[in-house]
Design a protein around this ligand. Sequence first.
Ligand code: HEM
Length: 612
Amino acid sequence: MGLAMIDQTAWSLIAGLAVAYTFLRLLLRLTQDEKEPKALATSIPFIGPLFGLGIGKTKFFLKLRDQYGLPIYTLRMPGARTYVIDSLSLIPPLQRQPRVLSFHPIEHRAAEKIMGLTPQGCDILGANMNHEDSYLGSFVKALHPALSPGAGLDEITRASVQLLRASFDTRKTTTRVDLFQWIRHEMMLATTNAIYGPHNIFKNPKHEAAWWTFEPGFMQLMAWPWPSITARASFQARESLVPDMMEYFVKGYHEEGSPLVKCRFAYNTQHGLGLEDMARGEIGQTSAAITNTIPASFWFVWHIFSDPAVLRDCCREVEQLVTRDASTGICTLDLGQVKSSCPVLLSTWQETLRYRHTGLQARVVMEDHLFDGRYLLKKGATVMVVTPALHSEASVWGPDSTKFDHRRFLRDREGHTGAMKRPSPAAFRGFGGGSTLCPGRHFVTNEILCFAALLISRFDIRPVKGVWREPGVGLQLTDALPKPIEPIEVEIVPKAEPEWKVLLPTTIKVEMGEAEIHIVAKLKEHAYTLQLDHQMPESKAEKIDRVKANLPLPDQPPAASDMKSADMRTTASTGVPAGDVSKGDGISSGLREPATKASGDVDMSGIGRQGK
Ligand code: HEM
């Protein structure tokens, strides 16, 4: 009797599963248009991709890419369609349609769910969101004065490097640290202090700790219902930051902060954002500024110090920036030259972002759309670009695409010829591309190159166990780079030199009457920043003459339509004798661009950006 009951229950269960399976297959078939990209991972319809993503995270996408080799495919999950782009050839059509394949709904959702904006704040962000004059439509443009090459970028870079240098000055003896935790703390403080100034709330260790409780919960906050219960720790940590961030603005502390925080304050005020929403918005902006910067800095340092060949090449370059005063023994590190004189260091940075990137760039389909004239994309679905898939594409990066090569981005990379030598600019997605190209890329590149140069010149870093062992990593779908999940114990050993000074050339704007000499020119595909020699004559008149004489004025003035992008800018800037960070006088940002870039094609300055 008992056995018969069990048999009956088992058969009912099997029959139920068979009916459910048949129903799901039928549902998939009826709801998947044949013009849509092919649906994959359908062995258990709608559920298969959920398991795949839950277990494999980003690796699941790479597995499907390797298994099927499709340029684009569909993943069907309960109530959601995701079109995954794996082919470089589909990036230009994606970037040409920022309104139809839009990033703004994702930003809006993140503002509501991750930052916890009030309904009024969400309304302001959501109003007309795909219009270029809307809050989201013009937000990034409003940051250009602070983050594009120029005085604002100079100021924020200077502030960050000053803080890093001051912190390094305190390390007079060998110390033992967990490399990731140490870099996390240094970069968190340098970056947030540079942005928020002397009243940065993250100087408070309680707030710094709250951040590291908040950040791992981004995905849960974004996706799960009732986050105050289901993502409790992260939710509470965020809420603990809001009052002090509000107080920061109430007390007018932003007036002492960077041009970036001032720009954001002005923009938010102009759009009528209330105090609480402004504070919550800043929490989102802090995330943009540090969430990727910290693991990127870690992996950059890891690759330099864990491989003797990389360390030797980078040391050789950085050493050229150091001068030693024979009488006093004082060493001076000229960080203003780091971009122009250290192509291998720059290439190592680019390769770190290429090799370690695990980011997904998502867009929402705003209306049914025949993508690239071939693939039907349905309204409401998500389009996903899987950066590691593009960054490991052998047809673009060569047969060694899955290996780390610190010289990959050099123009004259040894042993490589033809197509492999110069990948297309669209292939490098470290900072995204198109209308959502990261506006913080110049700042973070300046900051991280200086951080590495300071480390290389002043310290040895040695693994406590004698050998470098690559740590295991944790992958979060919201992270662009993975974080180590185990400690990496190292000793930081100061080099013998008695005293260090750090120099950066000062970039100053030259004024001619009312007009700044800011010649915006589109020089075919290439844009560059003109930085003049920093050994300049004293008087302003002389400086102006010199700038005039050196300006590569185009034969024809650029057309107005060519003058839209801040990236297409030839900035006429001149310099004064290099400043000394230690004295807090004239230093700059304006890290000189390389006379010849590490690679002219894969460029960190965002050449090729399409305006919003
Ligand atoms: C290594 C560090 C960084 C990496 C790898 C990185 C990467 C990216 C990427 C891939 C995007 C595009 C997202 C998409 O298209 O879906 C992006 C956007 C953005 N990034 Fe960064 N970023 C970094 C540092 C920074 C910093 C330091 C700031 C600010 C100071 C910043 C501010 C932003 C902002 C505001 C956006 C949104 C752009 C928009 O709305 O169009 N990022 N970043």
